[in-house]
Ligand binder design. Structure first.
Ligand code: PMV
Length: 322
């Protein structure tokens, strides 16, 4: 059996995080340059010289090696192992023990989809090793099993976005591609504070649970903002999109998932002329995003975010037009 390879990329959520857990729509955009690489290969017999078959890039970090035994049970207790075993249940286990090595350039705990991208890269590498080309839907389902373990009540948007070639609309498990403005850019900035998605999701659940009329209103407003944002993307109306991002940040703050560091970066981006900015992903730390008209504008916004304390900054296109 050959050495199988698989990769996946990180993502940001443009609008709709948290409320997507309750079936409301959300929009996600891939970060194609933030990659996870995985290799799957037949485990070498004990005592044989160790040859590392995993591709190495300077910006990647070894996440973990998962050992899989023929017909074995998933005792790994982590999202990569769970996703790998879910795939093997679909394919049938190989007759030999397999190692899967995952290297990741997506910083974990920053709302950039690291866990979903790791799970996807791992299942792709396994499917390749077993010479079993699979439709994206099967890969997504296997990766989702890992996400369920990592987050408890994951909506599925991360696995869908880390698999997608371009921007997506995600609603109640359904995915459709979106058209986006070509010149505009998104600046993604890391507060440097790790945020736990499962803690943030639990926090929102408690908050929505106590005030049901208020909760309904928040969910309806969030869904309306995501719909308006999809129209803005289709027409290239960046300033309207910016307003809708700011309204979404305000709503997420009301849900209790922003923090001082995120608010400070959002203000700095707007002061630097960004049409809009907001937290992205789980919040309570992690990353924020700011919109920019083009690359020079993105550079100015990025410089302002750095001055305001961002520890890492990426600039991404909205993605290929659908
Ligand atoms: O993995 P994160 O931090 O990007 O969060 C995913 C988005 C949430 O809506 C907060 C959770 C979910 O399952 O959709």
């Amino acid at each position: 059996h050959r050495v199988g390879t698989g990769s996946a990329h990180g993502k940001i959520i443009l609008l709709g995080e948290h409320t997507v857990v309750y079936g409301m729509p959300a929009i996600a955009i891939p970060m194609p340059d933030l990659r996870v690489d995985a290799v799957a290969y037949q485990r070498a017999p004990i005592g044989s010289p160790y040859i590392d078959p995993a591709p190495r890039r300077p910006d990647t970090e070894l996440i973990r090696t998962v050992h899989i035994d023929p017909g074995g049970d998933d005792a790994s207790g982590d999202s990569i192992g769970t996703a790998a075993h879910a795939l093997l249940r679909i394919l049938g286990y190989p007759a030999h023990p397999v190692d899967v090595v995952v290297r990741c350039a997506v910083p974990p705990g920053r709302g950039l989809g690291a866990s979903a991208a790791c799970a996807l890269a791992a299942v792709r590498a396994l499917a390749d090793h077993l010479d079993h080309p699979l439709p994206p839907e099967t890969l997504r389902r296997a990766a989702q099993r890992g996400e369920d373990l990592a987050h408890g009540t994951a909506s599925g948007i991360d696995a869908a976005a880390c698999l997608a070639d371009g921007p997506i609309w995600f609603e109640a498990g359904w995915v459709r591609p979106l058209t986006c403005p070509a010149r505009a850019r998104i600046v993604v900035a890391d507060t440097g504070i790790p945020g736990s998605t499962s803690v943030a999701v639990a926090h929102v659940r408690t908050r929505l649970g106590v005030e049901s009329d208020w909760a309904r209103k928040q969910l309806i407003t969030a869904a309306a903002l995501t719909r308006l944002a999809a129209d803005d993307l289709a027409t290239g109306a960046l300033s309207a999109l910016g307003r809708h991002c700011l309204a979404s940040h305000a709503l997420l703050s009301e849900l209790g998932v922003s923090c001082q560091a995120l608010d400070r970066l959002v203000t700095a981006a707007v002061d630097a002329g960004a049409p809009g900015a907001k937290l992205t992903g789980g919040g309570l730390g992690g990353c924020m995003i700011a919109l920019a008209e083009d690359i020079p504008h993105a550079d100015r916004v990025a410089a302002a975010l750095e001055r305001a304390g961002a520890v890492r900054i990426w600039t991404i296109p909205f993605g290929a037009a659908a």
